[in-house]
Structures are given as structure tokens and as C-alpha cells.
Design a binder for this molecule. Structure first.
Ligand SMILES: Cc1cc2nc3c(=O)[nH]c(=O)nc-3n(C[C@H](O)[C@H](O)[C@H](O)COP(=O)(O)OP(=O)(O)OC[C@H]3O[C@@H](n4cnc5c(N)ncnc54)[C@H](O)[C@@H]3O)c2cc1C
Length: 378
């Protein structure tokens, strides 16, 4: 079991209060309207949560990844889409911090904190999903600039971001070694968000297409060295996978709590359905899987925080195990409510839809197995 410090507990109570008062009453509504949670992010910002995980040197509060994981878990226990959006504002491991120059860090991190800026990490393309190195978006050097052309898809925060990290090929034919990462500011001519996706789950998070047509950026907007984009992308994804694992834990906790509460009050055969051993064993299995995922997730956060060499493998394992756990726990939660489980009047059907996406984004669970087995056998 994870033991939180007194300070972490206080942060958790703050997150819980904001979510209970401001988020919970509108979760069902935003699942229908797909409204981006600007208002909730504003509440999080007022409580310092959006700057909490950035280094103190750039205006943040320098809190650790275990606290970050705890906050994401807590938000996801109310609404996974909001937890996903929170990651776009409060990401302590985005490309500028991983590979940016001191100049880029001092320019962009305080700006992100001040503006409560959302970032978008755009890797995926219509012909390059799991095969990141197969991307076709091109960045060509032209004097002191790079000119980027291509089409991206499934970009989280694609139409609400302030900063875009665009991954593009600078050396064609060199595969993963030919990819570089560019920072493109919102409003740069030629960068156009396209269709907003109508998703089955995480409906209140923003995912869209992105078109890049002769997008001109100064060469100093390259993050890290030329040809190092793939590595930056993978390191950024490690943190995204940890967040996905935390979302799975929070989501499953919300589903289990709801299903048990329902079973205590639903009477059949003249007794609460929670009194049937068949139901009790269902809950016992759900809770056991949940705690196993929780332990792995926080162990992963601890390893990332200490820059453990095995942290990337753990990120893949935590994402794989936790998202599969969230899928099965939410399916069981729907089952525990019988027919009411599939009705929109109860939140468990939404939770089940949200869980499905956790198994797909930030690298599908098949790709997590590729990452894990490669690390094991190398
Ligand atoms: C809600 C959402 C948000 C997203 N946000 C972002 C974002 O912010 N930025 C971004 O760049 N992308 C984002 N993505 C894209 C996401 O990372 C990709 O969808 C994912 O990596 C899979 O790519 P694909 O959809 O093209 O599937 P494909 O790669 O076409 O995969 C199809 C199937 O083949 C399997 N498969 C592929 N390769 C292998 C292999 N080597 N071994 C075994 N099985 C394999 C896959 O597991 C899958 O089942 C998001 C996606 C979703 C759904």
C-alpha cells in the first residue's frame, strides 16, 4: 500500500474538494457536450495545482512524481477526461524540460505557468500510428528557419493548445534517427487544427487533426538536437504512460465504489444484492486487481522520480496492467448494476467507455508488450 505524507494528503483533499464541488455535478453533461474543462482547470490553477509539478527555478512548486500520480488518480476517480486534460497543463516531463535549452526553459515554462497554457504533443499521422518512425511530416531547413509540411491526427489538445510539439522528419530514409522535435506556437501561419474527433470515451478531452502547411519556425525552435526527436518522444511517452496508469487506477476506484454502493441498496430476493456471495466475490476480484495495479503504478512513479534505469519498462508495464485492469473492473461494475449499468443514468457505462481508450493511446497495449519484452530480452 502507498503511504502518502501529510502534505500529499492535504493536496489530495484539495483535489477531491474541487472535483466534488465543481467537476462531479457536470461530468455526465460534459460527456454529452464534449466541452473542454477550462473552468475546472481554472479551479486547479487557483489551488496552484497546474504549476505544482514544474521546477521551482521556472516558477513551479517542484513537487514530485508520486504526488503528480496521486493527483491524476484522484481526478480520474471523478472523470478520466479531465485527468487527461490536466496532463496537458501540468506536465512536468514535456519536451522542453526533457531536452530544451536553458533559454527555451526560461522562456516557455514561466509562460505556460502564467497563461495556464495547454500543450499538444503531435506524433501520430494517418499512416504512422504504432510505427512512429514511419512518420511522413517533413521539416526542411531554409536559411535560419525550418519549414514544416504534413498531416497529423489524434492530437490531444490539438485545437486548444498554446504550444505544439511537432515531430517531423529532417533526414529522410534514416527512420527513427531522422526525426526531430519542433516547438510551434499557437497561431503560427500554416498550423491549422482540423476536425475534432467524436470519441466513444474521454469525450470531454480534446483530440483533433492538425494540418501543417508551410509552417515556418526559427531553427532555435528545435527541441534537442537534430535527429533526436524519437528519443524525446519516447521519454515524453514514459510519463504519459505513468499518467495513463494513474488514470486507470482512479477510474477503476470510482467504478468499484459506485458498484458497491449500488449493490448495498439494490434489493432482490428480499435482500441487498451485496449480500450474495456471487456479488461479493466479484467485488473481491475487482478490488484485488485494482490494488495490484495501484502498487505497480506508484512503484513506477518512484522509479521515474529516482531516474531508475528500468523506469521506462515499468512505465510500459504499469500502463498495460492498469488499463487492462480498468477495462475489466469497469465491465464488472456495469455487470454489478444489471440493466441499470448500461443506462446513461449511472456513470459506470461512461467509465467503461473511458477505460477502452486507456488501452489504446500513448502506445497500444500490444506496443507496451513490445517495449517490455525488448527490455527483458536485451
Ligand atoms: C483518445 C486518443 C488520444 C490520443 N492522443 C494522442 C496525442 O496526443 N498525440 C499523438 O501523437 N497521438 C495520440 N493518439 C494516437 C495514439 O497514440 C495511436 O492511436 C496509437 O499509438 C495507435 O496507433 P493507430 O491508432 O494508428 O493504430 P495502429 O498502429 O494502426 O494499430 C492497429 C492495431 O495493430 C496493432 N499493432 C500495431 N503494431 C503492432 C506490433 N508491432 N505488434 C503487435 N501489434 C501491433 C495495434 O496494437 C492495434 O491493435 C491518441 C489516440 C487516441 C485514441
Amino acid at each position: 500500500m502507498v503511504e502518502f505524507t501529510q502534505e500529499q494528503e492535504m493536496i489530495r483533499q484539495t483535489v477531491r474538494r474541487i472535483c466534488r464541488e465543481k467537476l462531479a455535478p457536470k461530468v455526465a453533461e460534459v460527456d454529452q457536450t464534449c466541452e473542454y474543462p477550462w473552468d475546472i482547470l481554472e479551479e486547479f490553477a487557483k489551488a496552484d495545482l497546474t504549476r505544482m509539478f514544474f521546477p521551482e527555478k521556472y516558477g513551479g512548486l517542484g513537487k514530485d512524481l508520486i504526488t503528480n500520480t496521486m493527483v491524476v488518480e484522484e481526478i480520474a476517480s471523478f472523470n478520466t477526461a479531465t485527468a487527461h486534460s490536466f496532463g496537458g497543463v501540468a506536465n512536468s516531463r514535456h519536451p522542453v524540460l526533457i531536452a530544451g535549452t536553458e533559454e527555451q526553459k526560461s522562456k516557455y515554462i514561466p509562460m505556460l505557468i502564467k497563461e495556464k497554457g495547454v500543450v499538444c504533443l503531435s506524433i501520430t499521422e494517418p499512416n504512422a500510428g504504432s510505427d512512429v518512425a514511419g512518420m511522413e511530416t517533413r521539416a526542411v531547413k531554409d536559411g535560419d528557419d525550418y519549414v514544416i509540411n504534413g498531416s497529423k491526427c489524434f492530437a490531444t489538445n490539438g485545437s486548444v493548445a498554446m504550444l505544439y510539439f511537432i515531430f517531423a522528419v529532417t533526414r529522410p530514409g534514416e527512420g527513427a534517427r531522422g526525426i526531430s522535435c519542433f516547438l510551434v506556437e499557437k497561431g503560427t501561419p500554416g498550423l491549422t487544427p482540423g476536425r475534432i474527433e467524436d470519441k466513444v470515451g474521454l469525450r470531454a478531452s480534446n483530440v483533433s487533426e492538425l494540418s501543417l502547411e508551410d509552417v515556418r519556425v526559427p531553427a532555435e525552435n528545435m527541441i534537442g538536437e537534430e535527429g533526436k526527436g524519437f528519443r524525446i518522444c519516447m521519454t515524453t511517452l514514459d510519463k504519459a504512460r505513468l499518467d495513463a496508469a494513474a488514470m486507470g487506477v482512479g477510474l477503476a476506484r470510482g467504478a468499484l465504489d459506485y458498484a458497491m454502493e449500488y449493490a448495498r441498496s439494490r434489493v432482490q430476493f428480499k435482500q441487498p444484492v451485496a449480500d450474495f456471495q456471487g456479488m461479493q466475490f466479484l467485488f473481491a476480484d475487482m478490488a484485488t486487481r485494482l490494488e495490484a495495479a495501484r502498487s505497480l503504478t506508484y512503484e513506477t512513479a518512484r522509479r521515474m522520480e529516482t531516474d531508475d534505469a528500468e523506469a521506462p519498462k515499468f512505465c510500459a508495464m504499469a500502463k498495460l496492467f492498469s488499463s487492462d485492469m480498468a477495462m475489466s473492473v469497469t465491465v464488472d461494475a456495469v455487470q454489478a448494476l444489471g440493466g441499470y449499468g448500461v443506462m446513461r443514468d449511472h456513470p459506470v457505462e461512461r467509465m467503461m467507455r473511458d477505460a477502452k481508450i486507456l488501452q489504446i493511446f500513448d502506445g497500444t497495449n500490444q506496443i507496451q508488450k513490445v517495449v517490455i519484452s525488448r527490455a527483458l530480452l536485451k
